[in-house]
Design a binder for this molecule. Structure first.
Ligand SMILES: [Zn+2]
Length: 182
């Protein structure tokens, strides 16, 4: 790793630590030439193939901006969106696959968004699952009612603790499909 200050072609690692989320390692380095210190972050590569065919790195910010539109007017904070994006990243990384279609990222968002806000979930699902008619909305709403992860809107749903969200964070289609294969 070149020193970003003097371009010296070598540097010494003086500290390494795994980030809290376990998804990256931060290394504190020192340049033996100029003595200045800098930090590098190491993550496993995770890429997304867009519909246009362009391949780009997975971005939590892009997850957040996609979900933010569906959350307009809903009681969802930027902090909620950041947590959701982190969980989406954890769930796609835990699949062990390094490259995804943009649509698969959309589908990975759904179970986490459902935990956060059911109205935003329906809006988002209507796009990513390509709802074509009211019947598709009816089916999605019937499914929400049959498996009430978050109770009814405006009742105790608003006050649920985050612990239950944690426990359900990985309870989504991809994991269920894998479990049934094994
Ligand atoms: Zn240097």
């Amino acid at each position: 790793m070149h020193c970003p200050f003097c371009r010296h072609p070598d540097s010494r690692v003086i500290d390494s630590r795994t980030a809290d989320d376990g998804l990256s390692i931060r290394r504190r380095r020192q340049c033996p030439e100029c003595g200045r210190r800098f930090t590098t972050t190491e993550t496993a590569s995770l890429t997304v193939i867009k519909r246009s065919g362009v391949v780009e790195p997975f971005s939590r910010e892009k997850v957040m901006s996609g979900v933010r539109k569906a959350c307009q007017g809903r009681p969802v904070t930027e902090g909620d969106l950041a947590v959701l994006a982190q969980r989406v990243e954890e769930s796609v990384r835990s699949s062990g696959i390094a490259q995804f279609d943009a649509n698969e990222i959309g589908l990975a968002i759904l179970p986490h968004l459902r935990e956060l806000d059911e109205v935003a979930y329906l809006r988002f699902a209507s796009v990513y699952q390509a709802f074509e008619s009211l019947a598709d909305f009816d089916a999605a709403i019937a499914e929400l009612r049959a498996h009430p992860g978050g109770a009814a809107e405006a009742h105790e749903g608003e006050t649920r603790g985050t612990g239950e969200h944690e426990a359900r964070a990985h309870d989504h289609g991809r994991d269920a499909a894998r479990a049934s294969e094994e």
